[in-house]
Design a protein around this ligand. Structure first.
Ligand code: FES
Length: 124
């Protein structure tokens, strides 16, 4: 197995808060996301059937609102948990964990990401 290498992704301003940058690095396509003041990087390959998941729509997690008797009172958005939706068949993943919200073992492949000197780097 080859040692991991740190790669320059983009200048920091190319990954704004709430935004993303999808780049080719070391023979892979990787999406870098900034949300809640942090960065996350995932391979642009959906674990379902290989779709370009990092190019999907960004949405807040949908939660069910329950009353005191646990009856449904509709749905709401949890803005503290941004998700990405794969454009091929709609599988959804948490940007914070990379996991599918209903099946935690189905996950995006993540990579270490850091910001230094005004640039964003991924280790792959
Ligand atoms: S390939 Fe992503 S949901 Fe099917």
């Amino acid at each position: 197995m080859a040692a991991a290498t740190r790669y320059l992704v983009a200048p920091s301003e190319d990954v704004p808060e709430g935004g993303r940058c999808v780049v080719d690095v070391a023979g892979r396509t990787i999406g870098v996301f900034r949300f809640d003041g942090r960065l996350a990087a995932y391979e642009n390959v959906c674990p379902h059937q290989g779709g370009p998941v990092c190019q999907g729509r960004l949405v807040s997690r949908v939660t069910e609102v329950l009353d005191a008797e646990k009856r449904s009172r509709g749905t709401d958005f949890d803005t503290s948990d941004p998700h990405i939706v794969c454009p091929w068949h709609g599988f959804e993943f948490s940007l914070g964990s990379g996991a599918h919200p209903g099946r935690e073992r189905i996950r995006l492949r993540g990579f270490p990401v850091e910001e230094r000197g005004g640039n964003v780097y991924v280790t792959a």
